[in-house]
Ligand binder design. Structure first.
Ligand code: BTX
Length: 324
């Protein structure tokens, strides 16, 4: 509700200091008794508040939630996440974002869910998205670029996510082309880029990111325990998902504006600085067969280049990459 938003905003601006009941009642325009009622409602939602006579109230702990309020308060972007569509449980945030995009959602709209029951990976694989622990988010953007440039946005998103994780947690994730982000060799983030386009005109790009934040190792299904990790497993600390989303959106927005004004070049340089598969022998499994060779880099389109044993260079548009 609007009152709730005002109240949380006031607490957020007070930054952990007390706000008097009087001040709150003025800010949100209700009686002192009603203030008490709102505070009780916040407590029911998992907020911890301290109440001290003559000083007022302050928030001592926020619940780790990812609904509109938590994401919006403290969000420093101009465009990304200014419109937030949150749902507790969905099939896939990609699917919702697709229909919002068709209905004309503004650029920067994000869809966030606490849990996905049929989270999607690439090539109809599934993405494990349990409740209360991860970031399951789809962003809608509308860049004026040709279809063949859209894979660059996957690489751009990977850079944004790595920068956000680095800044908040001090971990140093690696990027594995094209869309995996790894910590200590295990997958912590997956990115799925989908398009709505006609002829060569891109209408919207829907970028889904799944970030494992607070899962414990034993909470992953057995088949993922050797290949997946979470930020909590790597740091031993529980992280506030909303804060990570805010930082991720800010990083993404900066890189996206840079991309729109200066093209892929500056993004490519950043991407290369985080990539682990470069200059290594790899096998790229594509729909047209497997190719073995040395990953020598990405070109200005964001396409992976592999040097085959006969010295020729193969351009790889989409593949799963294994180290040799
Ligand atoms: P991908 O095809 O590269 O990876 C899928 C593979 O990753 C699976 O086959 C499985 O082996 C492994 N995997 C599944 N779940 C997890 C997990 N939680 N952590 C680590 N590894 C896992 C990657 O596809 C793209 C994933 C995008 C997910 C986001 S979430 C928000 C949005 N909505 C949606 O349905 N998908 C995207």
């Amino acid at each position: 509700s609007e009152l709730r938003t005002k109240l949380l905003k006031a607490f957020s601006e007070a930054d952990g200091e007390f706000i008097s009941g009087q001040k709150i009642s003025e800010l949100i325009g209700c009686s002192r008794t009603a203030v008490w009622k709102h505070v009780e409602e916040l407590r029911k939602d998992g907020y911890e508040l301290e109440a001290v006579r003559r000083q007022g109230y302050r928030i001592t702990k926020k619940p780790d939630k990812v609904s509109e309020n938590e994401i919006q308060l403290g969000l420093k972007t101009k465009m990304m996440g200014r419109y937030i569509h949150f749902e507790q449980i969905v099939g896939s945030t990609q699917k919702i974002a697709q229909s919002l995009a068709t209905e004309g959602a503004v650029e920067g709209t994000i869809v966030v869910a606490d849990q996905q029951t049929s989270g999607r990976g690439r090539m109809s694989r599934s993405w494990y998205s349990p409740s209360g622990t991860g970031i399951w988010m789809s962003m809608i953007i509308r860049p004026n670029i040709p279809i063949h440039s859209t894979p660059q946005l996957t690489l751009l998103t990977a850079v944004a996510v790595v920068q956000a994780i680095e800044e908040e947690t001090k971990l140093k994730p690696d990027i594995k082309w094209p869309n995996d982000i790894l910590i200590n060799g295990k997958k912590v983030v997956g990115i799925l880029t989908e398009l709505q386009a006609e002829a060569d005109q891109v209408h919207s790009v829907i970028i889904g990111t799944g970030i494992n934040v607070n899962q414990k190792l034993e909470e992953f299904p057995e088949e993922l325990q050797n290949i997946a990790t979470s930020i909590q497993i790597e740091t031993g600390i529980i992280w506030e998902r909303a804060l990570l989303i805010q930082t991720m959106l800010l990083k993404f927005e900066k890189l996206y504006l840079l991309y729109l004004t200066q093209g892929f070049k500056p993004i490519k340089l950043l991407w290369e600085s985080y990539a682990i598969s470069l200059n290594k022998e790899i096998v790229a499994r594509t729909l047209n067969g497997s190719f073995q060779g040395k990953a020598i880099g990405i070109n200005d389109q964001g396409v992976l280049l592999i040097e085959l044993s006969d010295g020729s260079i193969k351009e790889i548009y989409s593949a799963d990459i294994d180290a040799q």
